[in-house]
Structures are given as structure tokens and as C-alpha cells.
Design a protein. Structure first.
Length: 549
């Protein structure tokens, strides 16, 4: 119920805000229809391909469709809006729609290609989480939507502009007056080494905060504060042992029949070790069928009467130990207790026992965190960085800029994460869900690449005509506001998540909106000019670009 209400409110607000900002950025209600047309066609193409995958290759879950819709919508609007803004600038310069179109195609194709291909490659790396069908299918479907948006934006947009001949702006576009150059970027260039040192200094504490992130397993933050579930959990705290709702289960596999005093004593020994762990309320097992240890030596007939058979499988070798915790199964306290239980049983060795396993909701949450986070760090992140570097190096024709772009992405994500950790964890005392960093990386990846690509390629357009310093200032002046406008469109969409009734929804909205806003403000005016200014001509290595001195 609460989820449906949240989705309805967020969808309505984000749609209104996004369209309103889009109209302001494009400065035309008529021009608004071109991004919307592109979104519709891109989604149609993406869904057609997803239908083929779902019927011929593998199941496509509901969440995969949702993520693909959102990503495709964002990519199509971003690429198309950038295309329209560049066409508008060229039309103001030339005054001729055909010439403006020719110039626009030559200038926007590469940056949009860089953005689309790197974003698709980044999401495709999710397929490296082959242990998780849920994540793997996202790695197949989301890139389809991004590539569909890329193709539609590069083909349909110029076709529609050709048909309309630029008459989508009313009143008629006035000729471009002399551009007022950005004083901010000019000063940044002058003090670029100092700015870089300051950025590195900021990155150290930021990195410490971001790397200290230890997400919460408390799934109650995914629920609204006023929900009945949260209220019941709070009201029952201290009244009953909340672990009774979903006990932690320990499975012991013996090499021989367990119905003998030696094997049963081993079961009781494990129970005694677990019993002393703080947070364990009660234990049930063949030696504790009603939660209280039976007297030794064990009488098998008596044990059968008291229900011990319920804890032994038909093979008479597999034993179940049921552990009731004092805490709710999805709480952080429960996770801490189960972690200690796992360590205890892992350390226990006996020649009669083949293996001991720990299960239950809490254990599954912990395992999911460990395995998925491990796959993200070891496979997904590595593959994403390598693929991004290769694509950026080829399309930017520069190894230093490819490396610098990745560094900027990491810096921006770190700023967003550290700011969110400080605000919610330390100030508001609200935990962040354990998969926050994975969501932030996936969402921020494409956005950062977009703005970096747009800015760097704008600088390259003027090299050979003016000096590098002048080209950087000109790029900031000409495209800076466009990048901020594009960022505000995304901020409007992500920021609406903060209207959600759960803390997790508010946290996701804040971290994503903050990250996008910071990225949009800094790339054209601070980080972009600083990196290019410090690198100088070496920025384009191994290619050489003539620069007017």
C-alpha cells in the first residue's frame, strides 16, 4: 500500500518537475516533443528486444523492466536535449538550418557516442555477477535501452530537425551575440595547480569516509516510518524475543547415525557454544526439544516422547538446531549475532561431523551482501573501469584524458557518498542500506561520462583556432549552462525520490540528486578546466593537436 502511494506521488512530481525543467532548458514547448518522441521509440525498440530475450533466451523479471524504462528514458532525454541545444547554438551562429544541421552532426556525434557506449558497457558489466540472475538480467536489458536511446537520438533527432528546419523555437531564434566568457573557469585555469592540490586534499578525508561505508542490513529502513510493520516491531521490542518470527537455523551433517550419546553430546556442545553468544535468546535441538537441555546420558525413548525426532531428518544423520534471537531477523543487531554464530560453527571441528551450515533470513541477507559486494568489487567494478577506459581512450583519442575521466567519476561518486554518509549516518542517525554504493555507482556512471564527454569535445572543437586556455574558457562559457541544465533535469527526477515515506527512498534521492548536481556544476567550471589546464598538450597523448599559441 505504502509502496504504491510512494510510486504514485514520486511519479507525478518527477514527471511534472522534469517536464518543467526541460521546457526551461530548451526554452520551447514545441521542442519538448522531440525528446518525448525519441523516448517513445527508444522504449518500443528496447521492449521488442526484451520480448525476444524473455521468450527465447531467459526470464526478464519485473525489476529489469522498471530499471530499463527509467534508464532508457533518462538516456534518450539527455542525448536528445544535448543535440537540440547544440543545434540551437549553431542555428544562432549560422542563421541557416541546413548548415546548422551539418555543423551539429559533426560536433555532437562523437560525444554522444562516447556517452552511450560507455554507459552501455558499464551496465553490461553487471552480467559478470553470474551468481545472481537478478543482477545478470539487468546487465542484459539496461544496455539495450541505452543503445536504443543512442541510436534514436543520433538518427531521428536530425531527421525531425531537418523536417522542421529549426522552426521549433518561437519566437524565432535571434543571432548569437558575443559570448560573455566565464570568469570562474578563467580563474580556475590561472590557479589550476592549486585547485588540483585542494581537490586531492579534499579527496583524502572524503575517501576515508566513503571507504568506511558499512551498509545496514536493517530492511526496516525500506518501510515508511508510519507503517504498521515498523510500529509493531517497536511495540514488541522488549516484550518478546523478536527472532521468533524467523529463527536462525543450523544444519549439522553427521557421518554416521546420530541416535547415540556421543553424537548427541556433540549437538549439545554446539548448542552450548552458541548459547553464550550475546543476543541469543533460546535454542531448540534434539537435545533441547522444548528449549531446555535434556539430562545425560540421553534416553532415546524419552527423547522421542519429548519431540526430538522433529529435529532429525529421515536419514538419521542430518540434525537441525533452531536458534531464536532477541532481535528482529532483518535488524543490524540480528546480523551481528548471526555473524558470531557463523564464526563459532566455522571454528568448531569434530571428526564425526561432515559440515555445519547456518541458514535463515538473517543469514541469507548477510550472504547476499558478502557475495554481491564481492562480485561488484572483484568483477563488475573492474570490468566497468577497463571497458570505460578502452572506449574513452579510443573515442577521445587520449590515454591521459581517459584516465582523468575515470578519476573525476570516482571523485564525484566519493563526494556524493561521503556527504550522504555524514548527513544520514552521523547527523540524522539513520543507516544506509548495504547496497547503496552499488546503486550510486550504476546511476552516476553514465551521467558523469555524459558531462565529461560534452565538455572535452567542446574544447577540442576550438583547438587549432585558439589557444588551449582560450578553448577551455570558451567551452565553459558556451556549454557550461547547457550541462547544468541537463543536470537539473536529472536532479528533478532523482530529487523527487526524497518525497518517499521510507528513509531508504529519501537517502537514494539525496545521494543521487547531490551527486548529479555536484557533477553538473563542477565539470564545466572546475574539474574539467583544472585537469585540461594541468595536463596541457599532454592531455591529448598519444595524438597531437595543433594549438594556436
Amino acid at each position: 500500500i505504502y509502496g504504491s502511494k510512494d510510486i504514485e506521488i514520486i511519479d507525478r512530481v518527477s514527471s511534472i518537475l522534469t517536464l518543467a525543467v526541460l521546457v526551461l532548458v530548451l526554452a520551447s514547448i514545441i521542442a519538448l516533443f522531440i525528446p518525448l518522441i525519441n523516448v517513445g521509440i527508444a522504449l518500443a525498440v528496447a521492449f521488442a528486444i526484451m520480448y525476444f530475450i524473455a521468450t527465447r533466451v531467459m526470464d526478464v523479471i519485473h525489476w529489469a523492466r522498471i530499471f530499463t524504462i527509467v534508464t532508457t528514458l533518462g538516456a534518450a532525454i539527455d542525448y536528445t536535449t544535448y543535440y537540440l541545444l547544440r543545434f540551437k547554438d549553431e542555428l544562432r551562429i549560422t542563421g541557416d538550418a541546413d548548415l546548422a544541421m551539418k555543423n551539429t552532426i559533426s560536433k555532437v556525434t562523437v560525444p554522444i557516442l562516447i556517452s552511450g557506449l560507455t554507459t552501455a558497457a558499464g551496465f553490461a558489466c553487471l552480467t559478470f555477477a553470474w551468481d545472481f540472475p537478478f543482477v545478470r538480467v539487468l546487465g542484459l536489458t539496461i544496455p539495450i535501452g541505452v543503445l536504443a536511446a543512442l541510436i534514436v537520438s543520433l538518427t531521428l533527432t536530425p531527421a525531425l530537425l531537418k523536417i522542421t528546419k529549426g522552426r521549433i523555437w518561437l519566437p524565432k531564434i535571434k543571432p548569437l551575440k558575443e559570448v560573455r566568457y566565464s570568469n570562474v573557469s578563467a580563474k580556475i585555469i590561472r590557479y589550476a595547480p592549486i585547485v588540483l592540490i585542494l581537490a586531492l586534499a579534499i579527496s583524502l578525508p572524503m575517501a576515508m569516509i566513503a571507504l568506511s561505508f558499512k551498509g545496514s542490513h536493517d530492511y526496516s529502513i525500506l518501510l515508511p516510518e508510519e507503517s504498521l510493520t515498523i510500529q509493531n516491531i517497536r511495540s514488541l521490542r522488549g516484550v518478546i524475543d523478536q527472532g521468533i518470527f524467523a529463527p536462525t537455523t543450523i544444519i549439522m551433517e553427521f557421518k554416521e547415525n546420530v541416535w547415540n550419546n556421543e553424537s548427541l553430546s556433540i549437538v549439545e556442545e554446539v548448542c552450548e557454544k552458541i548459547e553464550v553468544i550475546k543476543g541469543v535468546a533460546k535454542i531448540y535441538s534434539p537435545t533441547r526439544p522444548i528449549g531446555v537441555p535434556l539430562e545425560k546420558p540421553y534416553n532415546i525413548s524419552e527423547m522421542e516422547e519429548k519431540g526430538s525426532l522433529d529435529f532429525v531428518a529421515d536419514d538419521n544423520r542430518t540434525v537441525m538446531v533452531k536458534v531464536i534471537l532477541k532481535y528482529f531477523p532483518t535488524s543490524d543487531e540480528a546480523s551481528y549475532v548471526v555473524e558470531n554464530i557463523k564464526k563459532t560453527v566455522k571454528a568448531y571441528k569434530n571428526p564425526l561431523v561432515s559440515r555445519i551450515m547456518v541458514g535463515g533470513i538473517t543469514a541469507r541477507i548477510i550472504d547476499l551482501d558478502h557475495v554481491l559486494t564481492g562480485a561488484f568489487k572483484e568483477r563488475i567494478l573492474t570490468a566497468a573501469i577497463i571497458s570505460m577506459f578502452i572506449i574513452l581512450a579510443i573515442l577521445l583519442r587520449s590515454i591521459p584524458l581517459a584516465l582523468a575521466s575515470i578519476a573525476i567519476i570516482v571523485f564525484n561518486i566519493g563526494i556524493a557518498m561521503s556527504t550522504t554518509i555524514v548527513l544520514f549516518t552521523y547527523i540524522l542517525k539513520k543507516p544506509l542500506i548495504w547496497f547503496t554504493h552499488i546503486v550510486v555507482f550504476s546511476a552516476m556512471l553514465g551521467i558523469n561520462i555524459d558531462y565529461i564527454s560534452y565538455f572535452v569535445n567542446r574544447v577540442k572543437e576550438d583547438l587549432g583556432k585558439i589557444s588551449l586556455r582560450e578553448a577551455i574558457v570558451a567551452a565553459s562559457s558556451n556549454i557550461g549552462k547547457s550541462i547544468i541544465g541537463l543536470a537539473l533535469i536529472v536532479v528533478a527526477a532523482y530529487g523527487s525520490l526524497m518525497l518517499g515515506s521510507s528513509w531508504a527512498m529519501k537517502e537514494f534521492g539525496f545521494v543521487l540528486a547531490t551527486g548529479v548536481l555536484f557533477t553538473g556544476l563542477t565539470i564545466p567550471y572546475i574539474t574539467g578546466p583544472t585537469i585540461l589546464s594541468v595536463l596541457g598538450k599532454k592531455a591529448w597523448w598519444p595524438m597531437s593537436i595543433r594549438e594556436k599559441t
